[in-house]
Ligand binder design. Structure first.
Ligand SMILES: C[S@@+](CC[C@H](N)C(=O)[O-])C[C@H]1O[C@@H](n2cnc3c(N)ncnc32)[C@H](O)[C@@H]1O
Length: 340
């Protein structure tokens, strides 16, 4: 992880700007107040991703159990040229880009078509954006990389700051890693709708979604034997300790991630191993957490075909092409904005 974000920011083909609509700390405070003061406790998953959380997510992707990254990478490697051909894109804009490791397949295909390709990366984690930017500039000699640091909504609102000239279009929007699965139906449809509203008629969206599959495969992926996902989940407590002056004791909680068939999703929880009291300085609070009580830290939905079609219809997006892994264990959908 780059400890010195200024070094890459000084490069001529790289920029990073902060695009939070609301101060990130104020947002965490509001989410903590809304979700954590009483049971059932929950927080949005974007708070996992401080520098250490991003590093741990990257390590999850390398565990033998975590199939989504490998299946998606394989699809991108095999179909990147077809995706770029079908989209006709000159610019790639990616939401929640993380390390942009898989994105390199798309960028290689883009570089094959365009003399001066443009990549706009968005993530909540500044360190991961700078690290990825530095690596991509080394690999792709003519690439311009602009990073938008903030959440999805803010990046969509500020996309015009870095893209919009005719030379930039058409654009391929990418939302990979099944990150859409972190949202319940209404929120997911709302986010897709925001994406559609930001797209020009000739832009396309590449959406990577994890699909329904046997429970043992799903549960193994979120309960890897080396304990990397557990460390990632527990890291949220140290984010809260640092950001809110809390005194969560990570040893007092254990990671659990069952597949909840009724909702077709993995739910990640931190379950209290004993009765405990947690003090928080900002907002000033005293949380009494009983043994066995769970804090829900993430949902990761597994999509049936019907669920995908319902969501896309609600958001006004239409199918153009798709590519799926064997047995439809993972799918990439290329979508266009509907007329409405
Ligand atoms: C599950 S990882 C996926 C990373 C990468 N797209 C991949 O497919 O491997 C989710 C990424 O989105 C970022 N992220 C999470 N919530 C976000 C939000 N609300 N807005 C912007 N980025 C977010 C995280 O920092 C992380 O890099």
């Amino acid at each position: 992880m780059s400890a010195d974000p200024s070094s890459v920011s000084a490069l001529p083909r790289y920029s990073r700007r902060v695009v939070e609509e609301r101060d990130a700390h104020a947002e965490l405070l509001a989410d903590f107040r809304a979700g954590m003061l009483e049971a059932p406790r929950t927080l949005p998953p974007k708070y996992f991703y401080d520098a250490r959380g991003s590093q741990l997510f990257d390590a999850i992707c390398d565990t033998p159990e975590y199939y989504p990254t490998r299946l998606e990478a394989d699809l991108l490697e095999r179909h990147a040229d077809a995706i770029l051909e079908a989209s006709g894109a000159r610019t790639l804009f990616e939401l929640g880009s993380g390390t942009s490791r898989k994105t390199e397949y798309l960028l290689a295909a883009l570089e094959g078509r365009i003399a001066q390709p443009h990549y706009i990366a968005n993530d909540v984690c500044a360190e991961i954006l700078d690290e990825a930017g530095g690596r991509l500039l080394q690999r792709f000699g003519h690439l311009q990389v602009d990073s938008l640091c903030g959440d999805y909504a803010a990046a969509l609102a500020h996309l015009g700051d870095v893209s919009g000239s005719p030379a930039d279009g058409p654009r391929l929007f990418a939302f990979l890693g099944s990150s859409l699965g972190n949202f319940e139906d209404a929120e997911a449809a709302g986010l897709l709708q925001r994406i559609r509203e930001t797209m020009n008629p000739e832009d396309r969206l590449l959406l990577g979604l994890d699909r329904v599959k046997p429970r043992p495969v799903l549960e193994a992926a979120y309960n890897d034997a080396a304990g990397v996902t557990a460390a990632f989940n527990l890291n949220l407590l140290s984010v809260l300790n640092t950001e809110l002056g809390a005194d969560f004791d990570a040893d007092g909680f254990e990671h659990r991630a069952p597949f909840v068939e009724e909702h077709s999703r993995i739910e990640m929880h931190l379950v209290a191993r004993r009765d405990q009291v947690v003090h928080v300085s900002e907002p000033e609070a005293r949380l009494e957490i009983a043994e066995g009580e769970a804090i829900r830290t993430e949902i990761s939905r597994k999509f049936s075909r019907e669920a995908v079609d319902r969501l896309l219809a609600a958001a006004g997006l239409e199918h153009e092409t798709e590519w799926s892994a064997p047995e439809e264990w993972y799918s990439l959908f290329l979508l266009r904005p509907g007329a409405g």
